[in-house]
Design a protein around this ligand. Structure first.
Ligand SMILES: CSC[C@@H](O)[C@@H](O)C(=O)COP(=O)(O)O
Length: 357
């Protein structure tokens, strides 16, 4: 993604050759600030506090977290402790588990002296592969948008609805759900994106809107409850969302509220697609509703709203009465029967045909 003419990824090794730089997404959309990770603690904090978020980027950051840990101490004990520490940061995105298992498998057989160098190389490979995978998802998904464009009157845009942020900022580059949008837009297909605000943390309103705006893609931010109304009135041609974990049977776990959009899409005959890289598939899991661990975050994300003032101060205000309890489930599960298709780097397949266990 280009920001003011400069090509950026969301995570990259710094010039010094050992620290790692990220974009601090907690300050967006008001501030484009680069943060530096210098040790395991900072990498774990960046994931837990959501300076970085989105399943593929969480995995990439964890891979670099292991590299930072190995630079400080390449022992067997330190490798195990780093993996355990990073795994505990966020429970739902299976990419975290995938990336840590990959790092462990690469590093454990090596003599400790060789581990730091190999860890940085492996983390870089995780990132490069993510970029290539997402570009391929973009190509396959753009075919769906192209197909929808064929049914449109001349000059009419294809209306895509998306939830949360599964764009460039959620991955190393391109995004998953937004990759098809970017590829189609570059091809010159007229399109417009409905952006769910995605309470409580507003990843749609603050991150997806920021990305699309920077890229020049026409879009409109709507509150989370608007999607059903839009679909009833023929204002959505297809939904495309990302996922944090998809079971081998095609159940899709994604940001809270995705399930409600899938129900509305089903009721209105609107195709509901999920874009995902293969590391987001949990091949060992068959029942998403029963088995996927759902992150429960601080209730204050629900009872409060945080924003940045015009002069750059982060401010938080309370929006609920002091005595009202709140609960904050981060994700929900959409059963495979409500998913029209999975868009992967290998192509598009019906969710229920991923594998029959
Ligand atoms: C390509 S990202 C897919 C998902 O990680 C994304 O849709 C999502 O739900 C992100 O949640 P977040 O809590 O912001 O990490």
């Amino acid at each position: 993604m280009k920001i003011d003419g400069t090509a950026y990824r969301t995570i990259w090794p710094a010039q010094d050759g050992w620290t790692v730089e990220i974009i601090d997404q907690t300050r967006m959309p008001h501030d484009f600030a680069v943060a530096r990770l210098t040790n395991l603690d900072e990498a774990a904090h960046a994931i837990r506090a959501m300076l970085v978020r989105g399943a593929p980027l969480i995995g990439a950051t964890a891979a670099y977290g292991v590299a930072l840990a190995m630079r400080a101490d390449p022992s067997d004990a330190a490798l195990e402790a780093a993996c355990a520490r990073l795994l505990a940061t966020r429970p739902t995105a299976v990419n975290l588990h995938w990336a840590l298992e990959r790092m462990r498998a690469r590093l454990a057989p090596l003599p400790p002296a060789a581990r730091a160098g190999a860890a940085y190389a492996e983390a870089a490979a995780v990132c490069d592969e993510d970029v290539a995978i997402n570009r391929a998802i973009g190509e396959h998904g753009a075919a769906l948008i192209r197909e929808a464009a064929r049914g449109k009157a001349p000059g009419e845009p294809v209306n895509v609805l998306t939830h949360c942020n599964a764009g460039w900022l959620a991955t190393v580059d391109w995004g998953t759900a937004l990759a098809p949008v970017y590829v189609a837009f570059e091809e010159g297909i007229r399109l417009h994106v409905w952006v769910d605000e995605t309470r409580p943390r507003n990843q749609g309103a603050s991150l997806t809107a920021w990305e699309l705006n920077r890229h020049g893609v026409p879009h409109t931010v709507v509150v989370d409850n608007t999607g059903g109304h839009l679909m009833q009135h023929g204002m959505v041609d297809l939904c495309i969302v990302g996922t944090d974990r998809t079971t081998a049977t095609g159940d899709v776990c994604n940001k809270i509220g995705t399930y409600l959009k899938a129900l509305a899409a089903h009721d209105n005959g609107v195709p509901f697609y999920v874009a995902l890289p293969s590391p987001t598939i949990d091949w060992g899991m068959a029942d998403g509703v029963k088995d996927i661990p759902i992150e429960e975050r601080d209730a204050r994300e629900v009872t409060e709203l945080t924003g940045i003032t015009a002069d750059g101060r982060i401010e938080t205000i309370r929006v609920t009465p002091a005595g009202s309890p709140a609960v904050n489930y981060g994700f929900d599960v959409t059963p495979a029967r409500l998913v029209t298709g999975l868009v992967t780097e290998r192509g598009v397949c019906p969710a229920q045909s991923l594998i029959q266990i």
